[in-house]
Design a protein around this ligand. Structure first.
Ligand code: PGA
Ligand code: ZN
Length: 424
């Protein structure tokens, strides 16, 4: 039974404030959760409440969200069983009363929602992934490791926001992570040797200036081989283009010119001919539903097309995407929708329609590792949580190592099964 809830303002990985929540139960259990924050946010995301007081943290303080928890949520939730997740989340949605959670703030609601789940798991003496996923949860996700950062996450000239490696050929999550870390180090020496910058972007990947976007893939391919792995079998590639960021007035400003949706589609086909690309996220802008449908139809079985800004983990937008076949996968970010219940609804809806799901961090993160457990609980088979470096990113990968260890012989690594559509 929930006895008390405490909220506070803490810092995220970019040095911006975010919300942390602690939930205490009458059996002495206490659990803590922290809320992540994006930079290339979708226009249709739930509202992250910021104070707007320029005298504190350039207006980014979250004291209002903290106050909303303490003044408007706590009293309403004390006395609930922590295991009544759906009732608790619904109660907060009712108090908020808006479609976009702008009254209480999605950051306030999500912090409580996640901390309640963790408290319930602790009280039941279960790991979070088992509590949320049940006795059959056993699938370790492919880590989509973002080792070269561009777009809004870096100060470089690279348009594509994320260049990820996916070690689908590894036998276990542990070995997948090792190969990713080895490629990461090899990439650093490749960049150094070529006189390119080895400074990092927001998600821990390198952020050099490069002549073209495909140069990044050439450098990564070189690093994969240097680390002793085979490009296209051991390790394949994935992109998050975050195209909304460079779309305006109906055109995409890309590699110094302008492109239509059709031209971008042709570009992606060429890229997938030249490199083993299994997944492309946000290839087009968040409003370009018809462009997305055309691209998805044209790639057929070949490439996973992932909606992030397009879907914003919102069941209503995902339903439209399913009806119009605008993608074949959903990026899942807990703070885009703002409660655990709705996150599960989004995943269930996607899976029932044959869409894949990729669990995801935000570019602004904390030491909270909930998404690692969520990836296993939902059996989604894919997680992206940045480079295999920097504690805000590796905290999640390290949690997956613990989960794999706990599952022991019952663990199965998603590997190539995460991309059954992919043919090299
Ligand atoms: P964001 O970036 O957290 O800054 O939105 C991550 C992504 O676009 O997937
Ligand atoms: Zn994205």
């Amino acid at each position: 039974t929930i006895e008390g809830i405490v909220a506070r303002e803490i810092l995220d990985s970019r040095g911006n404030p975010t919300v942390e929540v602690e939930v205490g139960l009458d059996d002495g259990t206490v659990a803590r959760a922290a809320v992540p924050s994006g930079a290339s946010t979708g226009a249709f995301e739930a509202i992250e409440l910021r104070d707007g007081d320029k005298d504190r943290y350039n207006g980014k303080g979250v004291e209002k969200a903290v106050a909303n928890i303490e003044d408007r949520i706590v009293d309403q939730l004390v006395g609930y069983e922590a295991s009544e997740q759906r009732l608790i989340d619904q109660k907060m949605l009712d108090i908020d009363g808006t479609d976009d959670k702008s009254e209480l703030g999605a950051n306030a609601i999500l912090g409580v929602s996640l901390a309640v789940a963790k408290a319930a798991a602790n009280s039941a003496e279960l790991s979070l992934f088992r509590y949320l996923g049940g006795p059959h949860a056993h699938l370790l996700p492919v880590p989509m490791m973002n080792i070269l950062n561009g777009g809004a996450h870096a100060d470089s000239n690279v348009d594509v926001q994320e260049f990820m490696i996916a070690p689908i050929g590894a036998p276990s999550f542990r070995e997948a992570l090792r190969s990713g870390a080895e490629v990461y180090h090899a990439l650093k020496s490749v960049l150094k040797k070529k006189g390119l910058a080895t400074g990092l972007g927001d998600e821990g990947g390198f952020a050099p200036d490069l002549p073209t976007n495909s140069t990044a893939l050439d450098l990564i391919a070189e690093a994969v081989e240097k680390a002793g792995y085979r490009v296209g079998t051991d390790i394949v590639f994935a992109l998050d283009v975050a195209a909304t960021e460079f779309f305006s007035d109906g055109v995409y400003t890309f590699e110094g010119g302008t492109k239509t949706a059709d031209e971008m589609t042709a570009y992606y086909h060429k890229l997938a001919d030249d490199y083993p690309i299994v997944s492309i996220e946000d290839p087009l802008s968040e409003d370009d539903w018809s462009g997305w449908a055309g691209l998805t139809a044209s790639v057929g079985e070949r490439i996973q097309i992932v909606g992030d800004d397009l879907f914003v983990t919102n069941p209503q937008r995902i339903a439209r995407g399913i009806a119009e076949q605008t993608a074949n996968a959903v990026l899942v970010k807990v703070n885009q929708i703002g409660s655990l219940t709705e996150t599960f609804e989004a995943v269930d809806m996607a899976h029932r329609a044959g869409f894949k799901c990729m669990m995801s961090h935000r570019s602004g993160e904390t030491e909270d590792t909930t998404i690692a457990d969520l990836a296993v609980a939902t059996g989604c088979g894919q997680i992206k949580t940045g480079a295999p470096a920097r504690s805000d990113r590796v905290a999640k990968y390290n949690q997956l190592l613990r989960i794999e260890e706990e599952l022991a012989d019952a663990a199965r690594y998603a590997g190539t099964s995460a991309f059954p559509r992919y043919r090299s």
